[in-house]
Design a protein around this ligand. Structure first.
Ligand SMILES: [Zn+2]
Length: 385
């Protein structure tokens, strides 16, 4: 191990004895008391020295025996230590692909703030390469999500959509103006490839060791955001049956929606949502039928900035889940509307009459897991290597 104080966190002395690592309350850690000599020893924990050399340097500084180990132990316990050679075989393989590793450095640094284990962040980002995600919809929201997931190192991002790219599909993070007139799926595939930090993994590398359908997540981001705002239960039957996690997102009129992230059998699904809404609003079924009928089609209202914000948020939630976390959209929906843009959330309750059987189950909260080839989350086996 070559101990390195996590470079992602700014380091500053609060007073003569206390060091604060990090700026924001969400992730900052204070360590103290720290004497001056130990403070100087800290400067040497930059990933270039192994423990034997650190021990020698500590002795040369006049520090008592065992001080280097004690400091490393203390920093590890505080989640402040990283190991630039750690993270397992996937991280080692990523470091060998230097250009890709350089591209993903800021992403690894960001995860290092969240995951306390030395080398854990590199392991997680490297593991994304074996993950398969399907994005349904290549409009302003869907294409941007697909590109972002690909840029974040997700190795297999499929985009499904029909038809030909229209001028209104173009967005800075999504399909480019050159794609107008080209098949949407072809254009989206090229976008995903260009956004990737690396060439796509070979089939053997990407093989899903769980032997399942190989998709860790489906992102439902239809061009007509109504299908994300009021998703049809019938469209989700296959994902419920196969236990495939899915996340709804889109823009409908001037409202953006992210969530719910559905973990089949554990959290509320589209069917639960449909039933719950119908109970609250007797006119709901009649409205839905007319909204979905497609008569009197107008220009889809989809503000490009709102679509980009929604796509970025949805991609963050997807990555948090894929990395083993439990984003707040798990079983809940977040909405934001122009012009005030204040995000609001609504918990979606599982419905007793829904066949998904999420009702009555206690939602098992899971904490982030790092490293192993399979992390079990909410009863799902996720391929991580
Ligand atoms: Zn349900």
């Amino acid at each position: 191990m070559h101990p390195m104080i996590k470079p992602a966190l700014r380091r500053a002395w609060r007073d003569r004895q206390c060091v604060q690592f990090g700026v924001t309350p969400a992730h900052a850690v204070t360590l103290g008391p720290v004497d001056t000599a130990t403070g100087a020893l800290m400067e040497l924990l930059d990933g270039t020295r192994g423990l034997p050399l650190l021990r020698e340097e500590a002795r040369a500084m006049g520090l008592p025996d065992g001080r280097a180990e004690a400091l490393v132990h203390r920093l590890t316990a505080a989640g402040l230590l990283d190991d630039p050679t750690g993270g397992g075989p996937a991280a080692a393989a990523l470091r060998k692909r230097a250009a890709a590793h350089d591209r993903l450095r800021p992403d690894i640094a960001a995860l290092s703030v969240i995951h306390p284990e030395p080398g854990g962040a590199a392991g997680l980002v490297a593991a994304r390469r074996a993950i398969g995600v399907q994005v349904r919809g290549a409009g302003r929201v869907g294409a941007s999500i697909a590109a972002t997931l690909s840029a974040a190192g997700v190795g297999r991002v499929e985009v499904l959509d029909g038809g030909i790219t229209e001028p209104g599909d173009v967005a800075p993070g999504g399909l480019p103006a050159e794609a107008v007139g080209e098949r949407r799926d072809t254009a989206a595939r090229r976008l995903v490839r260009r956004a990737a930090p690396d060439r796509p993994p070979r089939a053997a590398e990407a093989q899903d060791p769980a032997g399942g359908p190989g998709l860790s997540l489906v992102v439902v981001a239809p061009r007509d955001g109504l299908a994300a705002y009021a998703p049809a239960a019938s469209d989700a039957e296959g994902w419920i049956a196969t236990g495939t996690p899915h996340l709804y997102t889109g823009v409908v009129e001037a409202t953006g929606v992210v969530g719910p992230l559905v973990l089949p059998g554990c959290t509320a699904c589209a069917g639960c949502m449909e039933r719950g809404r119908a109970e609250l609003d007797p006119g709901r079924g009649r409205l839905l039928a007319q909204w979905r009928s497609g008569r009197r089609r107008t220009v889809p209202a989809c503000d490009v900035a709102l679509a980009t914000a929604v796509a970025g948020t949805a991609a963050c939630h997807a990555l948090s889940f894929l990395d083993g976390g439990a984003p707040v959209t798990t079983g809940a929906r977040w909405e934001v509307s122009l012009p005030h843009l204040s995000w609001r959330s609504e918990r979606i309750a599982p419905h007793l009459d829904c066949a998904c059987s999420a009702a009555g189950k206690t939602e098992r909260r899971h904490t982030s897991a790092v490293g192993p080839a399979h992390d079990t989350m909410n009863g799902y086996t996720r391929s991580a290597e």
